[in-house]
Design a binder for this molecule. Structure first.
Ligand code: PGA
Length: 249
């Protein structure tokens, strides 16, 4: 039985004050939630405030990106070690917005994933096809490339520590969710890839989150699919009530 994970990706939203206000409202709403792991990924500037505000609760804090080097002359970047020091337990890697706007490739995803694991962070590795790729019948090809490239050279022990997020690019921030069946199909394909690359046992332990316009009113249907182990939530994670409703699916 895979334990569900509900993760919020705040993207470039919320100041420190807004972060504190969020947690004040959110904590009592998920106080009794024992059925899943809860993760919130605020922007870098609000990480320390989030760690502080979440202390003593079941909510883990994650970064949204990181550099693969330990330190160096990389203006504007931050390392896994810096996220760990701030109190982060995880980090989102290879989000489609990073691939689309900031030149993230399967190779950088791979380097970052390895560096995150080495530092003790849980990487949430994102994969997903664009609309053109889906319409061109390339979904499985793209997922295979991203899975194999992004997770290349991981040891079985490392692989057992990652979370995978399937986020079809056409469903992100568009209000257009993949149907639960479409998402489950993609998850099944990813699990098959994991079984081929590692073992059937490892594949069945892999937690795969769905992301793309997850809302309080569609989470139940998604989570009813055995293949869907949780959600990576953007817009609907910004409001404490709606994110709590998703957590309490
Ligand atoms: P969305 O974003 O829920 O706003 O579609 C999901 C994501 O980008 O992780």
């Amino acid at each position: 039985m895979r334990r569900p994970v509900i993760a919020g990706n705040w993207k470039m939203y919320k100041t420190q004050a807004e972060t504190r206000a969020f947690f004040e409202a959110f904590r009592p709403l998920v106080g009794s939630a024992k059925h899943c792991d809860i993760i919130v990924a605020p922007p870098f500037s609000a990480l320390a405030a989030a760690v502080d505000a979440a202390r003593g609760s079941a909510v883990g804090i994650a970064g949204q990106n990181m550099h693969w080097e330990r330190e160096g002359a990389f203006t504007g970047e931050i390392s896994a070690r810096m996220l760990v020091e701030t109190g982060c337990l995880g980090v989102i890697i290879g989000h489609s917005e990073r691939r689309q706007y900031f030149g993230e490739t399967d190779e950088t995803v791979n380097r970052k994933t390895k560096a995150a694991l080495e530092a003790g962070l849980t990487p949430i590795v994102c994969v997903g096809e664009t609309l053109g790729e889906r319409e061109g019948n390339l979904t499985q090809t793209v997922l295979k490339r991203q899975f194999e490239g992004g997770l290349a050279a991981l040891t079985p022990a490392e692989f057992s520590r990652i979370l995978l997020a399937y986020e079809p690019v056409w469903a992100i921030g568009t209000g257009r969710t993949a149907t639960p069946e479409m998402a489950a199909d993609a998850h099944r394909h990813l699990r098959d890839l994991a079984a081929t690359r590692f073992t059937a046992e490892q594949a069945s332990g892999l937690r795969i989150l769905y992301g793309g316009s997850v809302k309080p009113d569609n989470i139940k249907g998604l989570m009813a699919q055995a293949e869907i182990d949780g959600a990576l939530v953007g817009g609907a994670s910004l409001d404490p009530k709606s994110f709590a409703a998703i957590v309490n699916f």
